[in-house]
Structures are given as C-alpha cells and as structure tokens.
Design a protein around this ligand. Structure first.
Ligand SMILES: C[S@@+](CC[C@H](N)C(=O)[O-])C[C@H]1O[C@@H](n2cnc3c(N)ncnc32)[C@H](O)[C@@H]1O
Length: 440
C-alpha cells in the first residue's frame, strides 16, 4: 500500500467523461455524506476522467464511491507511466512496492484492462505475463477473486471518430470499489413498468439523488411526483419516499398493473414506498410536524404539463358555485369531484418551493430541483434565492438551444441571512412559449 507522509494512501478515481458539470458536485456530496472531509479537490479537473486523491484507508474509498453514478471505479494507486516499459519501472520503484506484494501475495486475483478514448487489440495474456515480478502466489480466479489488478490505458483519438491506436498513458492499480453505474441499466426507463412523457431518465435522476444526499432511513418528498422517477431514485438509495401531484391520473397510473407502487414492487423496493397523493403543492396538506429530510423534484414548466394550482381562473364567475349540491351533498365532497384549477406563474411556484423547503427541511437538509432555461446569450438566467437557503450547486446540462440545471440548496436556517430574490419577476419570457417556438 502507498502511505504518504500524512499517513494516507494515494488512490485514483476513474470517472466517466459525461455530465462533467455534475461530477464534482456528486463526489463532494457523497464525501460529505460519509463524513470524509479531507479530500483535496483543488486538482479535480472536468477535462479528464482521472482524479488522484489521498484517503485514510480503503473503507473510506469504498464508502465514498459505492453510490457514485459518474464514477467507474476507485483504485489503490500502484504506478503510472507513458509506456509499458516505464510502467513496470514505476511500479517497482514505489517505496510501497515490497509491502504491497507481501500483502496480496497469497490472495486469489485476476487482471483487467480498461481503456479511455481508444482500444487495444494487443495480446493481453502476454502483457499480463510481463507483471510476473509481482510474484503473486494466489490462484487466478476470474469469477470471484479477492483482488482485481487493473491497467488503465489512456489514448489520444486520431480524430473525433477514429480512436487512438497506442496508449499515451498507463495507470496500474488495485480495484477498491466500482461506482453504481449498473443501476443505470436496472432503472432504465425502457424496462420500467410505469412511465410517461414526463419520466426523468435514470442516470441523472440517480445523480440528483446523490447530490441531494438522499440518505437511507430518512424521508424524501417529491411534490411534483408525476410518474415517480425521483421517488424511484430516492428509494434506491434507501430513503422512505412520499410523492404528490396535482394530476390524479399520474398518481393513479394505468391501473393496478402500472403505477408508481408497481414500479417499487418491480425493483423489490416496496418497503421504501410510503405513498403518493393527489394534491396541489401550493395547498399542501402534509402535517407541519412531519420531518422531511430531503426534497427532490422536477417542477412543471408547462412543456408536457401545465403549471396549475387549485382555484378559479375567474373568481367572479365561480362565485357561489362552491355551494352546489349533488344528491344532497356538496359537489366538492364527492369522491369523483374534479376541482377547478387556474394557471400559476413559474416564478411564484419556485418561490413557494424555496419557502416550503426553508420551513420543512431540517438544518443542513437539502432541496434539489431541476429548472430549464433558454440559452440566449444576452439574457441572464436568474436563479431563485431564499434568505435561509444556501445555493450549493447549479449544475447545467446543455442541449442545443436550451439547457436545464439542477439547483441544490442547503437549509441553513434563519440566521443564515443570505441574498433573496423572492417575489421578483425573474423569468423574462415563458419557457413553454420559447420551447414551442424553437427558441426563435
Ligand atoms: C415535470 S413533471 C414531473 C415529472 C416527474 N418527475 C416524473 O417522473 O414523471 C411536473 C409535474 O408537476 C405536476 N404539477 C403541476 N402543477 C402542480 C401543482 N400545483 N402541485 C403539484 N403538482 C403539480 C404535473 O402534473 C406534473 O406531473
């Protein structure tokens, strides 16, 4: 093992080179969640998938990375160089080399190769044989080895479509922990029993849950649950989830075989599903002493669903209608009563979410939600702010003419006294209109 002067070991985090705007936020949030506060992020770089860190021990590395969606794996560092010849020299010249050899001397093991921006057709067996100086005496076990030793080959592509032929850099390490990328396949929308046009893709909903620090055994609430994509992600990370939506059709789903609950059964996570209810978020009926640890959502922006709240668009015309009775019972008390709704401004709805989070989240609890914006160069995007909430992350996912961002806030309480723009008109145009006009 490599022990640095401060008693810590060197590790390599090998990340995916996608959603780079979200990677650091995910790594920082998971480190914070597990109380690992000694990681030096000053060397973190969005332009490379490699991030070298020092940690106290393997357990810290495991805790930190096991939930990460944007990390392929974390390795104990053994050496690196630009050619294979130099790599072998690098490994043998490390002051921890002898100790490492002894530690894993009798363990079952296997070798793996991973590549970045290229592919290699060389004879891997011959390459592995060149590591014979490691002198491992344990048996090779391809299925369930105690140790996995990995060579990561980095290439420089010849052009955008032609991968490089020879590696430009090599890193050798012992696998400590893979990230949670397999869950992207497990929660893939294509395989999900209940989904709809508003369903949020698996990868970024899981990343959102990580950045929101959804924790096992705590309560997570999605006030705009729709088909329950974020509830599913929260359940995966062990939270007990509650959702609500103004549209009862979303909550009821497509009958007994396809609804949010059946998704939880499908994933074998029914015990994480508390319930969902039809409710206007702005007329919230969750009791005020219910502890909500995390709020994670994708509010309506009027693209596939409208922004509506309970109420009459024209209160004068509606006056007195609340007294109408059917079969001797007030109309609105019947089970199949559909209440009137009126349009609502996005700015007001976002103000409401921030206010609700400030009142309902515990101190240091997180609110995370998605907000779309048009990519006009000359229009500043104004992020909603609340005096009690610290805006921790603003991670942007760019599309062609628009983008959406994950805004993450931490409830710091009334003493925080941060900047606020509550009540201000922040959006200059209605996103829905711009979207359907192709942002012209
Ligand atoms: C962008 S969608 C969320 C989709 C959801 N993440 C999913 O997985 O399907 C926004 C949702 O907010 C709901 N909604 C609109 N106005 C609402 C309100 N005032 N209160 C609660 N839900 C509302 C819509 O019915 C819609 O399902």
């Amino acid at each position: 093992m490599q022990v640095t002067k401060n008693g810590r070991k060197k590790y390599l985090v090998f990340m995916v080179q996608v959603h780079t705007n979200f990677r650091r936020a995910e790594l920082e949030s998971l480190a914070d969640l597990y109380g690992i506060n000694s990681i030096d992020f000053s060397k973190y770089d969005d332009s490379t998938p490699f991030f070298y860190v020092e940690l106290e021990n393997d357990q810290q590395a495991k805790d930190w990375i096991k939930r990460s969606i944007l990390t392929r794996a974390i390795y104990e560092y053994w050496g690196d160089a630009d050619t294979y010849e130099e790599l072998h020299e690098s490994i043998q010249s490390q002051d921890f080399f002898q100790k490492n050899k002894e530690l894993y001397h009798n363990d079952t093991f296997k070798f793996e190769f991973d590549t970045y921006r290229g592919n290699n057709k060389s004879n891997r067996i011959k390459q592995i044989e060149k590591f014979s100086y490691l002198d491992f005496k344990g048996k090779i076990n391809l299925k369930n080895p105690q140790q996995v030793f990995t060579v990561i080959e980095e290439y420089k592509p010849i052009s955008e479509n032609i991968p490089g032929k020879d590696p430009i850099h090599l890193i050798f390490g012992r696998l400590i922990q893979t990230g949670d990328r397999l869950s992207m396949d497990r929660y893939d929308l294509k395989k999900r029993p209940y989904k709809g046009t508003t369903s949020f893709e698996a990868e970024l909903s899981l990343v959102s849950a990580n950045i929101a620090q959804v924790k096992p055994g705590t309560i997570m609430y999605d006030p705009f649950a729709g088909t329950g994509s974020f509830l599913t992600a929260g359940g995966h990370y062990g939270a007990l989830v509650i959702g609500s939506d103004i549209d009862g059709r979303m909550i009821r789903g497509k009958g007994a075989s396809a609804n949010i609950n059946t998704n939880f059964k499908f994933y074998g996570e029914s015990s994480k599903f508390l319930d969902v209810l039809t409710m206007d978020f702005t007329h919230n009926s969750l009791r005020s002493n219910l502890v909500i640890d995390t709020i994670l959502c994708d509010p309506p922006y009027g693209i596939r669903e409208s922004i509506k709240v309970l109420g009459a668009r024209d209160p004068e015309r509606f006056a007195g209608k609340e007294n109408i009775e059917i079969d001797g019972k007030k109309a609105f008390l019947h089970r199949d009563y559909i209440p009137t709704k009126k349009p609502y401004a996005l700015d007001s709805l976002l103000d409401d979410i921030l206010q609700y989070a400030s009142e309902r989240l515990p101190i240091n609890g997180r609110l995370a939600f998605w907000m779309p914006t048009a990519n006009d160069e000359n229009i500043e995007t104004i992020i909603p702010l609340h005096a009690n909430l610290e805006l921790k992350y603003n991670c942007v996912q760019e599309f062609n003419k628009w983008s959406r961002r994950l805004l993450v806030y931490i409830n710091r309480g009334p003493t925080f006294d941060g900047p606020t723009n509550s009540g201000a008109k922040r959006s200059t145009t209605v996103f829905r209109d711009r979207y359907f006009n192709h942002f012209n």
